[in-house]
Design a protein around this ligand. Sequence first.
Ligand code: ATP
Ligand code: MG
Length: 385
Amino acid sequence: MAEVVSSVAPLADERRQLKLLIDHVSDHAISLLDPDGHICSWNRGGERVNGYTAAEAIGQHVSIFYTAEDQQLGLPQQTLERVREQGRLVGEGWRVRRNGEQFRASIVIEAVRENGVLQGFVKVTQDITERYQAQRLLQDAQRARQHLQQFEGVGRLTRGLAHEFNNLLTTIGNALDLVALRPMADARTHELVELAQAAADRGSLLTRQLLAFSADQTLVREPVSVPQLLEEAWPSLQRACAPSNRIRLDIAPALPSISTDGVQLHSAVLNLVLNSCEAMPHGGTVTITARLEELLAPDLAHPTRRRYVALAVTDEGGGMPPEVAARASEPFFTTKEVGKGSGLGLSQVFGFVSQCNGFVDVQTAPGHGTTVRLLLPAIEEIEYA
Ligand SMILES: Nc1ncnc2c1ncn2[C@@H]1O[C@H](COP(=O)(O)OP(=O)(O)OP(=O)(O)O)[C@@H](O)[C@H]1O
Ligand SMILES: [Mg+2]
């Protein structure tokens, strides 16, 4: 008799313990699905991660957590089918909360079988958006650092070549001046000399640009107010746009200062605005925004939150195909025809931001425009208690 009692009490206890355990895992959504993918049970973590209460979630199909595009592609059904076949699936993807917000999810789905018959699925979801973003920023920073090293090597080579060319072009220019001054020079000779002089001028302009690029750029860092800098840069930014392009500013109030080189930051924004206008030859709007963002600094060993001033330039242009986006920040990479661009614009932006301990985040897709976001660490006021 005593044995019967003792075998019932622990079972009840175990169930309660299990329920308490699952319910108290507040940063993981743990749910049980029936074999068709309808939600049968829901823990408190589910409310936190997905935004639905148990009453709202139970009975719904698991596809409510997928984006509209993924639903259209039939991803929820394909996922369950794969778990049915393979028994288990571990993955990552974008999911949608009840309020429509998207988050990066780490997902484990396991098929539950009893005597070989599928009873349903156990699904565990974790919100890893912050970690994902920090990783992406870290990868971008590593790429930017590699580019910077490449940039330094190319810079040394360029500096040597540019000096040589400058000397040659000076000799050519002087010789052309002397030819033009000769008394027997006829009209046709003058015409040809002018043509050659214009080409020499263009050549020396290019060598000057190359010298500017290859100069060891030491930053003069000081506290800079981004709104003030944008205000001062505004006339030059407007001039950079064709009349068919509109440009607008949207700055959040009370932004903290950043430690940077104002001249370089101005060049970076100008480069981005030029790129945006060039991407919209038939007109469109360039939007410059400045916001305060609190992000996990991408130091994965010691993840800490930092405040960044996020300076973004957005356009409504054609966007970049993946193979262009992957190489866009390389020095001398350009899709423009020869003679139209040096391909140094974005490498200046990446190199400079990385020198300021910041990060560049590029969001672009063919047909969906481009946003380049510069994340620059805010200067933190030291608080005295
Ligand atoms: N906003 C954008 N929209 C679409 N493509 C872009 C955008 N910004 C950059 N790109 C692509 O990246 C390439 C490299 O840009 P980058 O500014 O470094 O050089 P560039 O604009 O070609 O030349 P330069 O800046 O020297 O005139 C561009 O040629 C273009 O293909
Ligand atoms: Mg450019």
